[in-house]
Design a protein around this ligand. Sequence first.
Ligand code: KG4
Ligand code: ZN
Length: 404
Amino acid sequence: MKVLGIETSCDETAAAVVEDGHRLLSNVVFSSMDLHVQYGGVVPEIAARSHIEAIQPVINQALTDANCTWDDIDAIAVTYGAGLGGSLLVGVMTARTLAITHQKPLYGVNHVAGHVYANFLTDTTLPGYSLRTAQPRFPMLAVIVSGGHSQLVLFRDHFDYTLLGRTRDDAIGEAFDKVAKILGLPYPGGPSVSQKALDGDPHQYRLPIPQLGPRNAFVGIRRRVQHGDAVQGDAEDRNDPYQSVRRATAAGGNAAMRAVVESGKYDFSFSGLKTAVLRLAQAETGHDYTFPSTKLPEALSEAQKANIAASFQYTAVKTIVSKTKQAYDEFSPVSVVIAGGVAASPELRRQLTNALPKVTIEYPDLKLCTDNGAMIATLGCFQVMQGRSEADPYTLAITPNLSM
Ligand code: KG4
Ligand code: ZN
């Protein structure tokens, strides 16, 4: 059973063919990052325009690399959220059109869940990939760390999970990007901060790890209930910031799980850390908080930049790792998997290995950590194999703020 996966949620135009949810037959990724670097971040309109130009050639290449014609493809899976609206539209409209013209079943895939499924690829016909030796087993704790997401998710089985915690402000990848800007390092910040940190001392500066109180989302939900608003229903869910909390508690199924989610003990926050780095950099150059951040790159020495990069990276990663360890101790998962672009971080891999000596954590190939079509095709395979409902190719809509 072969699924073509299409991914266009951000700046990567990607397509891949995956067989039976474990065999990678092709993986083609075209990134428009070069066009965004000068702006210090992805420009949505430029990304969308680039997808329009690249999508057809990328899909054709994915079919060719997999030695497939359309006759060999059993289904099409496409990312319909979360992501940039214009970017998602190109992928979804292309997939809808292809599903209709080639008469293939269509499946909408959640981008964030897709990242987790990069861990289910175990064999390939392609050169240059180092894949896991076996698929993860359930219960599985997933640490999702990317440019747009930081989440801890406990999977009891495929499509049966609880979102234990998530960031309340910035994602960890965003924090890397902002710190890179403060230090005058190139975008994207993850790889450049990682590189700079190699020359620095991670213990030179002590940066804060926030202690978060209970979520107050339930206050909002209760207020809405008191006002007679509906709190159930898909259409209404779409733009509702509380949907993830409700879904998590519903999926959790019992009061103990609800209490865990509500306590907020597995939530993250990275905006305070980013501000702490800004204040630290200003203080190190002998200025106060009024000193413009744009002047910091020239005012800081290379040694100071390296020490700040290393101390920031150590603390950001520790924030993720300490909650992961806490969740591991509480839920005793059989597997722990890492997903998302920040899974490429060597410091994250080092700290996790130290924190969880009893589990062997296998990482997806670096090419499968950042956005790609293979993870979407893999999750698409499981949607087919587990009889999940097909999307209507005439109506599948994008959901830019889709939650897990
Ligand atoms: O998953 P991804 O490709 O895109 C999103 O769905 O967000 O993740 C991109 C993020 C960027 O923020 C990038 O800075 C980060 O992954 N990243 C890293 C490293 N390589 C990429 N962060 C830390 N260390 C790295 N080595
Ligand atoms: Zn992603």
